[in-house]
Ligand binder design. Structure first.
Ligand SMILES: [Zn+2]
Length: 90
């Protein structure tokens, strides 16, 4: 794999190499971003906080309602819901 890659890189012109590098960099950023999202998702999955609207686990704490109950905001669909997970606050 490394040998093939080295040969491939050697066969490129500087411009081609830069183009290749930018593509790889972008792809790496996407993978890293997805990994981070998966980690966040896993964290909320462990806690069992799930959006009642889109079923995503990517939810963050979002203040409290007037009765002092924890509210959550879904980062995916922007739904706001309370800690019982089956009530939308709006
Ligand atoms: Zn949602």
């Amino acid at each position: 794999m490394e040998k093939i890659l080295a040969e491939l890189i050697n066969s490129l012109t500087n411009d081609q190499f830069l183009e290749f590098y930018e593509k790889v960099k972008k792809e790496a950023e996407l993978i890293k971003k997805q990994k981070r999202l998966n980690e966040i998702d896993q964290k909320f999955r462990d806690k069992g906080i799930k959006c009642p609207n889109c079923k995503s686990y990517h939810c963050v704490k979002n203040g409290h309602n007037p009765e002092g109950k924890q509210k959550y905001l879904c980062k995916k669909c922007r739904a706001s819901f309370d800690a019982f997970r089956h009530h939308f606050t709006y």
